[in-house]
Design a protein around this ligand. Structure first.
Ligand code: NAP
Ligand code: ZN
Length: 358
């Protein structure tokens, strides 16, 4: 595959050359370590369904796909070098990198700790550019990353836990933020729709927050796992009777579904004043009948990852409670197969690429 920029720190990763391509080794360069930067030797990198959507150009034209693409925004690694002004990290410590790697730091969003909504557009960890709007970004399916200390997270976990920590950087925060915002906790009935990477973190986190948790799934084979993850109930959404019993039951639905589905069906499961927080991004628009919101004063809302401070809060919440993701650790040669299995909902519950031996 064509090599990218050669200025800076030479590294390698795994990239797709176009939306139909398979992953192949890719040589490129990271920027030199600046005074505020850290160099991270990547140990583990999770596979998020957003990687698949973008590698296969499913979100175009809303989100153009830039090729060659090295996906990966659930990154944990060891700090290999720190810039002269770095105080947050020490060489040898563990750091996490999530979905964005920089932002302007000055606008209303950045100064309100929601850098993901930076008014200048934050720098996505891959499939984007750095804030110079020129340097292309390549993600975590690679050996190294260079990032400003303010956009890296402290991962205060044991080394053995790190494979399960990587998915917290996206699946964890994307579930945590709306659950917290909408008051998941004791006395609240929370349903998690879709038991994949985000969904299984949603179950663990909502249960840890003290909510009564139900899984809404199209995969009856996941029922036992759902209970082990902390769910109190399981509804097979393809079973009309089971769904009918659940009508009007929930205060909050965390909707993590990645494929086309009827929002109205899920809205009918909300009780009075219920809220469905959408985090899953099906490639095509979904229509909602106004009455499915009007009847019961229901709210449909979205949520996008979380800012740096909230991501750190989530990591610390998980570290204190021993919460990590359930993962299947794979070799980079398995990425294509892992994508196929994820699309088939055959992931229990996150594929994580072992980059340290890659
Ligand atoms: P995932 O691991 O593939 O999980 C998605 C789950 O959706 C599947 O396991 C399956 O669960 C369910 N599902 C799949 N097809 C379905 C269908 N046709 N009808 C109903 N349910 C279906 O994906 P993920 O990594 O958790 O990501 C989920 C979605 O969130 C993706 O669209 C991703 O791009 C998006 N995302 C958004 C954000 C954000 O900031 N908002 C961040 C990260 C990811 P069951 O087998 O239980 O039915
Ligand atoms: Zn993600």
């Amino acid at each position: 595959m064509t090599a990218a920029a050669t200025q800076g720190i030479a590294t390698r990763g795994f990239a797709v050359e176009n939306k139909d391509a398979k992953f192949a080794p890719f040589e490129f360069a990271r920027r030199e370590v600046g005074p505020n930067d850290i160099l991270v030797d990547i140990l583990y990198s999770g596979i998020c369904h957003s990687d698949i959507h973008q590698a296969r150009a499913e979100w175009e034209p809303a989100v153009p796909s830039i090729f060659p693409m090295v996906p990966g925004h659930e990154i944990v690694g060891r700090v290999a070098k720190v810039g002269a002004e770095v105080i947050k990290f020490k060489e040898g410590g563990f750091a996490g990198i999530g979905c964005f790697m920089d932002s302007c730091g000055e606008c209303g969003a950045c100064t309100s700790d929601v850098e993901q909504f930076c008014e200048k557009g934050c720098a996505m960890t891959y499939n984007g550019t750095e804030m110079d709007r020129t340097t292309l970004t390549y993600g975590g399916y690679s050996k190294h990353y260079v990032v400003d200390q303010d956009y890296a997270l402290k991962a205060n976990f044991a080394e053995a836990d790190l494979p399960g920590v990587a998915p917290l950087l996206c699946a964890g925060i994307t579930s945590y933020s709306p659950l917290k915002r909408w008051g998941a906790g004791p006395g609240k009935k929370v349903a998690v729709a879709g038991l994949g990477g985000l969904g299984h973190m949603g179950v663990k986190l909502a249960a840890a927050m003290g909510a009564e948790v139900t899984v809404l799934s199209t995969s009856p084979s996941k029922e036992a796992d759902a209970k082990k993850l902390g769910a109190h109930r399981f509804v097979n959404t393809r079973d009309d009777e089971a769904r009918a019993v659940a009508t009007g039951s929930f205060d909050i639905i965390l909707n993590t579904i990645s494929a086309q589905h009827e929002y109205g069906t899920y809205l009918s499961l909300l009780g009075l004043n219920g809220v469905m927080a959408i985090v899953g991004v099906p490639p095509a628009p979904v229509s909602v009948h106004a009455l499915s919101l009007i009847a019961g004063n229901k709210t449909i809302t979205g949520s996008m990852i979380g800012g740096i401070a909230e991501t750190q809060e989530m990591l610390d919440f998980c570290a204190e409670r021993g919460i990590t993701s359930d993962v299947e650790i794979i070799d980079p040669s398995y990425i294509d197969e892992a994508y196929e299995r994820t699309i088939r909902s055959d992931v229990r519950y996150r594929f994580v690429i072992d980059m340290k031996n890659a």
